[in-house]
Unconditional design. Structure first.
Length: 363
């Protein structure tokens, strides 16, 4: 395939079909921008859905029993010991289907005199450092934070809390000073918070029931319960994602028709190539390569246009603020060009199944 022949065809297109070329370029730039907009819409919708899921997937009570004097000193004298606190939380957990509980923990301090912040885990998800077996067995293990009371400790070190020695199995970004299994937590520890995360969105009836119970059990606590999303919001988010995919599909179909029109206009020229000994495969390659060069030029223009538009776009789609960078442009660019090559190769091959004589006659 000679590159000079491709350039010659492009020059001929500029000379003889300027209006069509102008429409084709504008259409492709608009198509690329539409894809960029669709990606932003999808990213923003998914981000909003994650935020909705976060607000609808947990129950929490914190600062339970804690009071502060004028000097800002914390008073734990009215707080429950963990042995009594567990009985209250068990009443809450009994209302939730067990398969819907993904993560559950109690938090607090070791004692009034030893304000070491602990997290006692009852049930953990698959991403947690403790396994389900370790939690059920109440193994004497611990995870510590990079910052905090035990930041000078390392993995495999021993920490003593009360009468129990814990082996550090992980050090990382953990809430509080130390995280331990609830089954192996000294019963005289002070409990000040409770949290349970769910694996699916609870029913409105369940939320109301648990909210009422938590308000009764922890009357002075800060209580967070799931915010059940409005049905219209959920439907709108789903519609946005589906619509964005339809936009991308329509863009692909429109471009196919544009290049199909170009092929029809060049039937006689392609026929002459084939009569002079050009293979069908080479003829397809010539048409595809010419189309790819035009598409690549349009893509580059669209990227520059997107850089100018993106500050205004983020006002509508906040999640797109850090979305557009050279990696995304490169990824979308490669995907776009590869799609163009595959789509046009199949289309041109299909159109060339007719004989050279049939194409020349327009039959």
């Amino acid at each position: 395939m000679k590159f000079s022949l491709i350039i010659l065809n492009i020059k001929k297109l500029i000379k003889e079909q300027r209006l069509f070329l102008f429409i084709l370029i504008i259409s492709q730039i608009a198509a690329c921008l539409a894809i960029f907009f669709a990606i932003a819409a999808i990213a923003n919708t998914r981000n909003e859905q994650k935020e909705i899921d976060m607000r609808t997937m947990y129950f929490e009570a914190y600062s339970v029993g804690i009071t502060f004097d004028n000097a800002g000193k914390t008073d734990y004298s009215k707080c429950d010991k963990i042995v009594d606190f567990k009985k209250k939380t068990e009443r809450i957990l009994s209302l939730i289907p067990q398969e819907q509980i993904g993560y559950c923990r109690i938090g607090g301090v070791v004692s009034e005199d030893v304000p070491i912040r602990y997290t006692a885990v009852k049930k953990a998800n698959d991403d947690f450092v403790f396994t389900e077996k370790q939690l059920l067995n109440g193994e004497a293990i611990a995870a510590i934070g990079d910052e905090g009371y035990f930041s000078n400790k390392n993995k495999d070190d021993i920490i003593t809390l009360g009468d129990t020695e814990y082996t550090i199995v992980e050090k990382g970004n953990y809430v509080g000073d130390i995280t331990i299994p609830l089954k192996n937590t000294p019963q005289n520890f002070i409990a000040t918070s409770f949290r349970v995360e769910l694996t699916s969105v609870p029913t409105k009836e369940l939320v109301n029931e648990i909210n009422e119970l938590m308000s009764t059990l922890f009357p002075e606590a800060n209580i967070q319960t799931p915010e059940i999303p409005d049905l219209m919001t959920v439907q709108f988010n789903r519609t946005m994602i589906i619509s964005s995919f339809f936009i991308i599909l329509i863009v692909a179909i429109n471009l196919s028709y544009c290049y199909c029109y170009l092929f029809i206009k060049r039937k006689k020229m392609i026929s002459s190539y084939i009569i002079c000994g050009c293979s069908y495969k080479r003829a397809v390659s010539l048409m595809t390569a010419e189309s790819v060069i035009i598409s690549l030029l349009c893509l580059i223009i669209a990227v520059f246009a997107m850089e100018l538009i993106s500050p205004y776009l983020t006002a509508v789609y906040p999640a797109a603020e850090n979305l557009y960078n050279y990696k995304l442009y490169l990824l979308l660019g490669v995907a776009y060009i590869v799609t163009i090559i595959i789509l046009l190769s199949v289309m041109f091959s299909s159109l060339m199944k007719k004989s050279a004589n049939e194409m020349r006659k327009g039959g």
